[in-house]
Ligand binder design. Structure first.
Ligand code: PEP
Length: 252
């Protein structure tokens, strides 16, 4: 299983800035990317085509869409379909990110609709799950993860190929805060996600990637990706700079 080193550029960068960062990343990483690692960038949709073009000739790099609507076309002003993302070069789609759950009010159920529809239309999906600080303080981490996974995967066919779906464990209190979950917290949550995946997909769930996200930086990435059941990272702030993200991608 290849570790998935993923960047979420959120609502940052013009097209020129995105292409410049993507080129820099390829320049810094190419030739050094271990065989068991894969690089994925989720740029804003306006930059997707440009970034995907840069990655076309770069072995081991792909681009993905941060958001899409679960329909192929129609009267959904402001939205994009999975087909439109693919047409712009996306291989992956992101669902359930905490900013979309909490700021854009996406429900667990809607996240599930998006996940299933995106997979059906040929996008590989990274489904984000994670507890809030109140849930952690109230000993409700597993309850929150179980609910988000049950709803997020509700109609996903069990025959889905393991490489087509990944789960990103992103504790809400660790996203963009500088606060990183400790090794014990990460291993406990990832073990629970793995157990839940096995109950859903059976034995092949051991080949489904579970990423950690939440204030990952060059200085802490090596320690995090060495933990049990950590099959990659999803990085926000520290992925915006090509140099910083290249250090994360190559961290050991
Ligand atoms: C994210 O946006 O998914 C994220 C984990 O952000 P940050 O790395 O900035 O905490």
């Amino acid at each position: 299983m290849k570790k998935l080193m993923a960047a979420n550029w959120k609502m940052f960068k013009t097209r020129d800035e995105a292409v410049t960062t993507a080129r820099k990343l390829v320049e810094l990483v190419s030739g050094k990317l271990p065989d068991d690692r894969e690089v994925l960038v989720f740029p804003p949709s306006t930059c997707l085509h440009g970034v995907a073009e840069v990655f076309e000739s770069a072995e081991g790099f792909s681009a993905g869409g941060q958001n899409f609507y679960p329909a192929s076309e129609g009267a959904f002003t402001g939205e994009l379909s999975p087909e439109m993302l693919k047409d712009s070069g996306a291989k992956y789609g992101l669902t359930g990110h905490s900013e979309r759950r909490h700021i854009l009010r996406e429900t667990d159920d809607f996240v599930g609709d998006k996940t299933t529809f995106g997979l059906k239309k040929g996008l590989r999906i990274v489904l984000c799950v994670g507890e809030t600080l109140d849930e952690r303080k109230g000993n409700k981490v597993e309850e929150a993860l179980e609910r988000q996974m049950r709803q997020g995967l509700k109609d996903v066919p069990t025959e889905t190929a393991p490489e087509d779906i990944s789960i990103a464990y992103e504790p809400v209190w660790a996203i963009g805060t500088g606060e990183v979950a400790g090794p014990k917290e990460i291993e406990e949550a990832h073990a629970f996600v793995r157990k839940t995946l096995i109950s859903y997909f059976g034995e092949k769930a051991s080949d489904i990637r579970i990423l950690y996200g939440g204030s990952v930086k060059p200085a802490n990435c090596g320690e995090i990706i060495a933990l049990d059941n950590v099959d990659g990272v999803l990085v926000g702030g520290a992925s915006l700079d090509g140099e910083s993200f290249s250090e994360i991608v190559l961290a050991d």
